[in-house]
Write a protein that binds this ligand. Structure first.
Ligand code: KG4
Ligand code: ZN
Length: 342
């Protein structure tokens, strides 16, 4: 039996290519975390095909929710609220999760809480770090976003830096494709880099002149493509592991540099990372070392909570629930939702 004071939230995530559901107790205890990935399907096309994503979500979502409830050993009657990602993301994909959440909250008369996907990624840090509370700084690095965020309080965010072009994960995916690794590229580059020399090739580290916390990765991506072309024209063999390691180092160096600059400038004692790229082993090691050097406590979710999942949505929804956020029956998917918007 659940303690009366406990708040149980069903989190639902369907913004891209994972259909996910999770039951989270009091924002931090994950009772179940079910993820049905469509990666194998999208791999065939070299990236996420939006219409296929929507169709797979609608096929799978009931089973995923059923399994999340089963693993958590609860029923819909035990829930206190339903939290769902309503943006940003692919509109057709988001609509599946939003409709499902609405149906459950309508049938069971439960509060409906729309969650921003990035707020979810940031909140993934609360799951395994009971001591983590705002304020802190967080680097969000995913397939769609590269944001340096100041978390002033639960639900209160200020974006101090962002990418001007490609997201970090997007750069990983594009470079992986160019060196023939396939989709999704991040984990493959991560793995291959361990066999390569990160000092072998010098790739540029872009800084944005008037915005010290902003990022730019399209120049780096072009530099890698130019390097590969140059090798081909000169008939030189490409050592893919060296390209992967040198590219990865260029990305990580900039991410670490900007993050530590922000930490020092704003005087934070806590720093977190989030999003799919945050599961990168070299990025985690580099951030850990930089934080130690700067006497800052480093937080990071386990890899399973870095890439898209619904536990992070349940965690974020809990703090929105406490803050009184309740969405109405008119909740819609918002593909370009801004962080901090309601
Ligand atoms: O957060 P996420 O699952 O979905 C979005 O919200 O975008 O992030 C997916 C991105 C992909 O670009 C993927 O290549 C990247 O995260 N990624 C990684 C690693 N694992 C996933 N990038 C680098 N190293 C990894 N180990
Ligand atoms: Zn994500």
């Amino acid at each position: 039996m659940e303690d009366k004071k406990d708040i149980l939230i069903l989190g639902i995530e369907s913004s891209c290519d994972e259909t996910a559901a999770s039951v989270v107790r009091n924002g931090r205890q994950v009772l179940s975390n079910v993820i049905s990935s469509q990666i194998e399907l999208h791999k065939l096309y070299g990236g996420v095909v939006p219409e296929i994503a929507s169709r797979k979500h609608i096929e799978n979502i009931n089973q995923v929710i059923e399994e999340a409830l089963r693993q958590a050993e609860v029923t819909l009657d035990d829930l206190d609220a339903v939290g769902v990602t309503y943006g940003p993301g692919l509109v057709g994909a988001l609509l599946v999760g939003v409709s499902e959440a609405k149906a459950i909250s309508y049938a069971k008369k439960l509060p409906l809480i729309g969650v921003h996907h990035i707020e979810g990624h940031i909140s993934a840090n609360y799951i395994e770090n009971p001591d983590l509370e705002p304020p802190f700084a967080c680097l969000v690095v995913s397939g769609g976003h590269t944001h340096l965020v100041v978390v002033r309080d639960y639900g209160k965010y200020e974006i101090i830096g962002r990418t001007r072009d490609d997201a970090a994960g997007e750069a990983f995916d594009k470079v992986a494709r160019a060196i023939g690794l396939g989709y999704p590229g991040g984990p493959k580059i991560d793995r291959l880099s361990k066999e390569g020399n990160a000092e072998a090739i010098h790739f540029p580290k872009a800084h944005v002149a008037d915005a010290p916390y902003d990022f730019s990765f399209s120049g780096l991506k072009s530099a890698v493509l130019n390097y590969l072309n140059g090798c081909k024209m000169k008939g030189e063999t490409v050592i893919a592991a060296d390209v992967a390691a040198s590219f990865q180092k260029a990305v990580i160096d900039v991410l670490v540099e900007h993050s530590m600059m922000a930490v020092k400038e704003f005087g934070f004692t806590k720093f977190a990372i989030a999003g799919g790229v945050a599961s990168n082993s070299s990025l985690r090691a580099a951030m850990e070392a930089a934080c130690r050097k700067n006497h800052v406590k480093f937080y990071h979710p386990s890899p399973i909570f870095c890439t898209d999942n619904a536990a992070m949505i349940g965690a974020a929804a809990y703090y929105e629930y406490l803050a009184g956020t309740r969405h109405g029956w008119d909740l819609n998917a918002v593909p370009n939702l801004k962080l901090g918007e309601r």
